[in-house]
Design a protein around this ligand. Structure first.
Ligand SMILES: Cc1cc2nc3c(=O)[nH]c(=O)nc-3n(C[C@H](O)[C@H](O)[C@H](O)COP(=O)(O)OP(=O)(O)OC[C@H]3O[C@@H](n4cnc5c(N)ncnc54)[C@H](O)[C@@H]3O)c2cc1C
Length: 391
């Protein structure tokens, strides 16, 4: 009799696991609660789908649990797999890999084509309410029907954006869910005003309880009461991983990372413009915020001391961060099913034979930049037996 597999969740990792298991001669049924599979995938990378990142290593994640799987199923291996599926890709100057079409639909198209080719049975509008195992057979219970198989893959993702609560399928079986916090989301702050929609390339650090946790260059997009953009998204993961266990968090921004304090002073003095001293240097909304917090005399006369104070503010602007924006703004969740109960090579449960997890349902989160999809694909390859190495 053919071996069978149930995949719960038709997102990135579930779809790929289904394809690979079916390719390895399993009879595969994919159950998806939405009316179609791959909905979240279509929204990734602003619709362009940043599907992996060449610079990926376990340092980009919250846990070393990913190390062996990422070593075996590296970004290069993922690109090769997608190439075999028929996808043409392009890589940007920062190592981020996209479909050449720059459209997430192209990624979903090649995946859907393979689902059909390998005969995966895809059932949508089918929310799994619970799963259990009796005598070695796994059952997924839905409102209408029960589905059975020898193997079950929980690929229900996180509740970022979608509100998916797939973790709940595993908790009754004795698996723990670590505290959940939204990540890859805008940082909340009331300290930058009147700059909604302004973009700025900067260097910034996140300082938690007085300790600098991460410093990077990138782009901010300022919003009312929030700081967004790729740089904020990357810094937000560090904050999310603290799970609210901190007293204070500050964003330290260097708005002019390519210039020293002395160079900025020289420039301000050369133009001797006391009304708008940063007028030719940066967006006026940001300049106003900087000048507002600079300790200086407010007269209309420029001086070396005043120029120095302004230059220092430009390079060391502090904004208090009150949190990370909520579910509808988040691209990932820090937290999930505790990885301690899963093998770090096969992703099979160490407690239940035939039970596997892939993707974001596990307590694995990567930084912004293609690392979460990289984990989704790599974990699916580990479960699906990408090299024909599945029993
Ligand atoms: C707006 C946005 C943009 C993003 N952009 C990027 C990017 O460019 N690059 C990157 O690396 N990452 C990105 N991410 C993160 C990335 O999309 C996820 O990490 C990845 O999709 C996780 O894959 P997954 O298979 O674990 O879960 P998902 O892709 O979330 O799929 C889970 C699926 O399971 C289904 N499901 C849940 N519960 C049940 C149930 N009980 N029964 C049946 N079905 C169920 C859900 O409906 C869903 O279809 C982005 C996320 C968002 C929200």
């Amino acid at each position: 009799m053919a071996k069978t597999a149930l995949i719960i969740g038709g997102g990135a990792s579930g779809i790929l696991a289904a394809i690979l298991l079916a390719k390895n001669n399993r009879e595969v049924t994919l159950l998806e609660k939405n009316d179609r599979i791959g909905k979240k995938l279509l929204g990734t990378g602003n619709g362009k789908c940043n599907l992996t990142n060449l610079s990926c290593s376990s340092k980009d994640y919250n846990t070393d649990f990913v190390a062996k799987i990422l070593q075996k199923y590296s970004p290069a291996r993922v690109i090769e797999l997608f190439s075999d599926l028929g996808l043409l890709v392009r890589t940007d100057s920062e190592g981020r890999v996209y479909p050449y079409s720059e459209s997430a639909t192209t990624v979903l198209n090649v995946l859907m084509q393979k689902l059909g080719e390998y005969g995966v049975k895809v059932i949508c509008d089918c929310e799994v309410k619970s799963v259990d195992n009796k005598g070695g057979t796994w059952t997924a219970h839905t409102e209408k029907t029960d589905y059975r198989a020898d193997m079950i893959v929980i690929a229900t993702g996180s509740d970022a954006t979608t509100g998916s609560k797939g973790y709940k399928l595993l908790q009754p079986l004795g698996y723990q869910c670590t505290p959940l916090c939204y990540a890859i989301a805008p940082l909340l702050s009331n300290d930058i005003k009147g700059a909604n929609g302004v973009r700025a390339k900067a260097e910034a650090a996140i300082v938690i309880d007085g300790k600098e946790e991460m410093r990077e260059r990138g782009e901010f997009l300022f919003k009312d009461n929030a700081v967004s953009g790729v740089l904020a998204f990357r810094l937000s993961s560090v904050l999310a991983r603290k799970k609210g266990k901190f007293d204070s968090c500050e964003l330290l921004i260097d708005f002019l990372p390519d210039y020293t304090v002395e160079q900025i002073v020289e420039r301000i003095l050369a133009f001797d413009n006391a009304i708008t001293p940063l007028g030719g240097i940066m967006h006026k909304a940001l300049a106003q915020n900087i000048l507002a917090v600079t300790p200086m005399d407010r007269s209309l006369i420029m001086s070396p001391a005043k120029a120095l104070a302004i230059a220092k503010s430009c390079k060391n602007f502090k904004a208090k961060i009150t949190g990370v924006a909520g579910r509808q703004f988040a691209q990932a969740v820090s937290g999930g099913i505790d990885v301690k109960d899963f093998d770090d090579v096969t992703l099979q449960s160490v407690k239940h034979k035939g039970l596997y997890c892939t993707g974001e349902v596990l307590d694995v989160d990567g930084l912004c930049g293609g690392y979460n999809l990289q984990w989704a694909w790599a974990s699916a390859m580990a479960v699906g037996g990408c090299d024909g190495d599945k029993d």
